[in-house]
Design a protein around this ligand. Structure first.
Ligand code: 5GP
Ligand code: ZN
Length: 146
């Protein structure tokens, strides 16, 4: 059953609604997995909630569970088909984080040595005392309603 389009201008909502084609590999009540049109490698998949949410933190936890529970199985299939040496699960939120399509999606990207995906960050160090301060703020924020 196709979910209703919740964002008329959203390309992934249109895919969910069947208004534009996609090569889907798995569909459940609330989740769709399909092949990325611009893959890093063959069998690069996108896994999306059928309902429109721009960012992961906007999703109800139950819908996150329904989506993420499928990732191990899909990853196994991707690895089996591609004989990849490993894979990345990538999930970008916000333009600054590399999110081009503002509908939550998880990439499953099969990896091979020298495939060109670079993601290593320049690792930094905390100034003295700063890690403790941030740790305290994180714990406090987690105690508050959020
Ligand atoms: P992002 O950069 O937002 O994390 O990733 C968006 C992904 O969506 C890109 O890898 C891009 O290739 C893919 N994509 C964009 N438009 C379409 C489309 O119309 N169909 C499919 N199958 N993938 C798309
Ligand atoms: Zn959407």
């Amino acid at each position: 059953m196709a979910a209703e389009v919740s964002e008329p201008d959203c390309i992934f909502c249109k895919i969910v609604a069947g208004q534009i084609p996609s090569m889907s590999v798995l569909e459940t009540k609330s989740v769709l997995a399909f092949m990325d049109i611009g893959p890093l490698a063959e069998a690069h998949l996108l896994v999306i909630p059928k309902r429109h949410y721009a960012r992961l933190d906007e999703m109800p936890e139950q819908e996150v569970r329904e989506l993420t529970t499928l990732l191990p199985r899909l990853a196994r299939v991707v690895v089996k088909v591609t004989e990849a040496e490993g894979y990345n699960i990538l999930q970008n939120n916000g333009q600054v984080a590399g999110q081009a399509v503002e509908h939550v999606h998880f990439h499953i990207i099969p990896r091979k040595e020298g495939d060109g995906l670079g993601y290593r960050w320049p690792a930094k160090e905390y100034e003295p005392g700063r890690a403790d301060e941030i740790h305290g703020r994180l714990l406090q924020a987690l105690k508050a309603r959020n």
